[in-house]
Design a protein around this ligand. Structure first.
Ligand SMILES: *Cc1c(COP(=O)(O)O)cnc(C)c1O
Length: 303
């Protein structure tokens, strides 16, 4: 198998939702944010898992994403669309029973004229100058993952955790959700003075065994990881040497007794935020950049 394997622990996602739900009072409802294909992890399986765990409200960025969630969940759960009611959305909002979170007078007018009586929410401007209008609305919701952790004064009626469900900061106590295992497709012995990778950014100062693994920046593993990141054989670290290329990463495995079939770049020893920091970005970007070429494997013990 020459493609990398992304393992997604659905039980961990369910456990993270339950744990975030327990952080708020019984009168506070906990939604689930599943925009951007559930932060890159696959919205169909993730939304079903969260519904099974008890989530009854789901947030997406766009009506098209809401359509995928409705398809996954069937009728019943509320699916809220953060971009509101945009031109061209009316049919989808109506047919799939989506709830637009209206964020301008123009949207409110559009919604009330096109779909009178159809449910909606209103987004208020919290000072981020992003989306939102000034005024008042009900039920009140302020907190994303970070807001839940701030305490009950920030919880209001409904919370909207996203990244915490998927094992990312700021939810330090999250169970890890993803593991990314990259198969070794070639092993080479290099002599002192030989360079590895484009631009010759790494030169062997001793004889070394270099493994090439099958993933690169086309798979969401940025070039900024070049000569910085580590891959893992169990709990043994193996440094990336040379530049990350489009489809390959080279790793110094000289110290291993045996070259394994695959090395982990995400897993128990290095989570999304640790890898993101090495790449100079944040866990959110790392997760949502995870590529389409991975073989995705969903792990679930079952109900
Ligand atoms: C993305 C998003 C969230 C979830 O934020 P996290 O930090 O991932 O928990 C909540 N609310 C809105 C409006 C969002 O856009």
């Amino acid at each position: 198998m020459a493609t990398a394997t992304l393992t997604i622990d659905l039980d961990a996602i369910a456990a993270n939702w339950r744990a975030l739900d327990r952080l708020t009072g019984p009168e506070v409802q906990t939604a689930a944010v599943v925009k951007a294909d559930a932060y890159g992890l696959g919205v169909t399986r993730v939304a079903r898992t969260l519904a099974h765990a008890g989530a009854r409200r789901f947030f997406v960025a766009y009506a098209e994403e809401g359509a995928a969630v409705r398809q996954a969940l069937g009728p019943g759960p509320q699916i809220a669309v953060l971009s509101g009611h945009c031109p061209g959305d009316t049919e989808m909002i109506h047919d799939l029973d989506l709830t637009p979170m209206l964020n301008s007078l123009e949207q409110i007018t559009r919604h009330l004229e096109a779909l009178p009586g159809h449910p909606f929410g209103v987004q208020l401007d919290t000072g981020m100058n992003r989306l939102g209008v000034d005024g008042t609305g009900l039920p009140r919701s302020l907190a994303a993952t970070g807001g839940i952790l701030l305490g009950s004064r920030y919880h209001f009626d409904l919370t909207r955790p996203g990244v915490g469900l998927y094992g990312g900061l700021p939810y330090v106590a999250a169970q890890p959700v993803v593991r990314l295992s990259l198969p070794v497709i070639q092993t080479r012995e290099v002599e002192v003075g030989e360079a590895v990778g484009y631009g010759c950014t790494w030169v062997a100062d001793r004889p070394a065994t270099i493994a090439t693994v099958a993933a690169g920046y086309a798979d969401g593993l940025p070039r900024t990881l070049s000569n910085r990141a580590r891959l893992w054989d169990g709990d043994v670290a193996c440094p990336v040497v040379g530049r990350v290329s489009m489809d390959a990463i080279t790793v110094d495995v000289s110290h291993l007794a045996e070259v394994p079939r695959a090395l982990d770049i995400l897993g128990p020893m290095q989570g999304v935020d640790a890898l993101a920091e090495l790449a100079g970005t944040i866990g959110y970007e790392m997760l949502t950049s995870l590529g389409a070429r991975y073989q995705r494997r969903y792990q679930e013990r079952g109900a």
